[in-house]
Structure formats: structure tokens, C-alpha cells
Write a protein that binds this ligand. Sequence first.
Ligand SMILES: [Fe+2]
Length: 499
Amino acid sequence: MRHGFWDFTLPNVWIASEPGVAGLLQDGSYSGNIAELSPKAQNVLALLEVTGCLRAEERGDYSYAEVGLMIEHMTIAWHGLYYSHPVWNRLRSGELGRNGFVAWVLHNYHLSRSAGATAARGVLRSPTGAIRRLFLESALEEYSHCEDYYCIDDARLGVSESDCRAYIPLPSSLALDQQMHRLAEFDWLGHAMVGFIQESTASYYKKCCEFYSLVESKYGLPGFFDGWKQHILLDLKYGHASAFKDAIVEMGNASISQDALLKSLNGAAIMVHFLIGALDEILQEDAFSSEVRLRRPVVQLDIDFDVNALLRRFSFVPKPEGNQKQQPGNGSDLMASKLLVPKERIPPLEEWTSEESSFLIHEIAMSTLTALSHSQSHEEIIGLGKVVECLKTTLRDSVESMQFYSQSPRAVAIANFLREEAPRPKTYCLVIRLLSELLSFESLGATRSLSSVITHEFSVHILGSQFEKELPSQVLIWARLCEFAKFSTNLAVPHNPFC
Ligand SMILES: [Fe+2]
């Protein structure tokens, strides 16, 4: 039997001699009377239980004490997947090149940067005083860790503090940060779960320290991880992981429905999916270049795309415009979607599954409503108001149920990106305008009229000439959306404790 880090082998002869054990190993659960098992079989059952190898019993609802145990068990499976990723051995052996190494340490910096901000969001949105206090303490403890422990300023790597701060996070680093924000905002249980998953890594303190020391020596960077080692000690001292689990268990006699529990587990599993996705991207950064090439903001387009960390997946397509020769970076029409064509095809919305597209349309509707609620100028209010009007049927459904749920990483990543940009109406309009180009809103009946309203209202009235000037932000948003649209459509991480 394999589960997480665990690999169990039992002698066939013994299994055959123990009635009930063969069924237990086959089904992953035991429904008989435990007292009828032999003491040895009871011990095996207890071992399988504590290591999370058994399926949870399927019922209509659960106590929070049971939820706490299920999360512990799921965390074993998630950590097992995460730590079996090939990147770890490549770090251990020093095979991962400098560019991959830098991408990995900066990914950790971004993880630490997100901790204080997501905890702060959790304070504002959690249901009970005790949980709000927990997230407040977490926000206070965590916000400075990106500066105190993870920010890189190391001449040996050729990465300065300003490089570190400006580095554009890997797509999955951003996606997981935004998934944390989503959970913090709408799903305190999912947020507490991911807090538990992340902080419980500290329980491998000794192994982590050995690993860091080994990696330091392989990369010739003595002392590089001193801050990281101190940081794990801090997590242990504050008991972060147990605090998250305690918060769940301390919900006391309240119960949660299976449906709600599965939604929170799904939300947490999506975060784990992005966490693992970031490791895949680190390997891609490594394959891209052996020397360090940072993902810096792009200011001009007259650069070599093939060696640029952000633009290497695009071809530059000059705008055909009479005799006027279009040079990258100096044109009048700087719309990123026209100039930067992804080398790999991105499927339009009409090719998405109906579950994904209807989820995304609901999310666009809710985010546009959020953007309208933050609008101040006349143009923003009228333009976003017209889009809201266009989506009124969807919105009437959305506000009725407030259920927003998808298992598609690409749909969730794009939806979260919209949600996070919505409080800045101008940028949001830019995002949605580029998204409508990327996913060809015109190709799908449900978004066809939306496309023309967005093009007209946003381009002409809200963004205007500013739209053409904002090349760096356009390029970044366009690159982001293209990266997210390339995410998989299926969750690659288990989220159901019943199977
Ligand atoms: Fe921290």
C-alpha cells in the first residue's frame, strides 16, 4: 500500500490468516467490529488510520473534530505528492542549474510575501472572533518575513534586493497566492486548511535543515539558508500549524455538510495543485537557460524575445499599417494582444468545457460588479454599468446562490486574477479587454455581446489614449493571462477523502 510518504508491505500469509484484513486493504476502510480483529490486525488498522491510508466514512455531515483529522490525512497525501516532485532531487544533487535555483528561491520569497497579506484578508472575512484573532496574529507575525528571511541580496547569485522585489512571480506562484486570497475571502475553512498544509512543513525541521545544508554546499553558497532555517524554528515556536488545526477543531459542536467540506477541500487542493505547478515551472525556467535570466518587467519590445524570461513564449507581430513601418516599442497601437502572439495556441472560450465557461462567466459578472462598486469616474460607472447590464441574467443567478466552484485550474486562476484586479477599475478594464481578445469572447454566444460592449466602452471611454501608452502593464497582464490560459483543465491533486 502506498499513501503520501508511506509504503506498507504486509506478508500475504499473514493477510490470509486474518479475516477482515484482506477486505480492509482492498476497500481502504473497515466497516466491521474492530474488537473482532486480532490485536495485531487492530494495530495494523490503527497504523493505517494514523498515516491517513484509510478512506473517510461517507456521511451527510461531520463534526469539526473529524474535519481536523481528515485534513491531517489529506495533508499527508498532498505533502507526499509535493515532496516527490523531481525538483527536490535535482536540488539535492546540484543538477538544477543556476536559473532554476534562483527561480526556486524567488518562488519561496513570493510564498512568504503572500502570507501576511492573505492572513489580513482572512481577518476581514472570517466568521468567528476566535478565527479572526488567529488570522490577525498570523498577519502580524508573517507580514515582515519576506523581508526578514526570504528576500535575496546575494552577489554570489547576481541577484540584488531590488531584482528580488521586482521579479515577476512564476504563474503558479501568483496563482497560488491568489487562490489563498480567494479562500481567505470566501472560505475560512479552506484557508485554515492551506495554512495548516503550509505551516506543517515545519514538522520536518531536521530534514529541512539537512536539505538546506546539502544544497548550500552543492551550489557553493555557504550560509545562504541561515534565514530560512531560523524561519522554520519560528514556525515551530509559534505552533502555527497546530493553531490552524485547533481553530478548526475548536468550532466545537457545530457540524459541516459533506458538500461544504468537499468544496473547502477542493479549494485547498487547487492551492496544492498550483504549489506543485510552481515546481514544474521552476524546471521549465531551468530548461530555458543555464545562466540566470530574471523575469523582469518588460519596458520595451525591441529586445530579443528568445532570451527574455517573460516574452520567450511570444512572437512579435508588427502591425501592418500602410507604408508606415512599425517598430517594436514605438508604435501608436500598442495593444499587447495584437503585437505579442503566443507561440502555442490558446483555446478560445468556445472550446472550454461548459462547466469551465459558465464558471468563468459567473466570475466575470461578479468581478465586474465589484469593479463597478469601486468606480468613481463618470466613464467607469457608465462603462462597467453597461457590462453589468449585459450580464444581468447571469448575475441574478450568481447573487442568488453565491456559489462559485470549479475544479479547473485554468478557470480558477483566471477568475482569481479578475477578482484581485476588480477593486482597481481601470486596470480591471484592461484585464477584461485583453481577456476578451485572448479567449475570443466573440466566438461564444454567451459572451458575444459582452465583447462589443467591452471593446467599445472600455477602449473608447475608460482607457482611451492611456490604453495605448501603458505598454508595460499591458504586456504583463497579457503574459499573465496567456500563462494562466495554458494551465491544465483538470485538478491533478486528490481532494476527496472518500475515495
Ligand atoms: Fe513566515
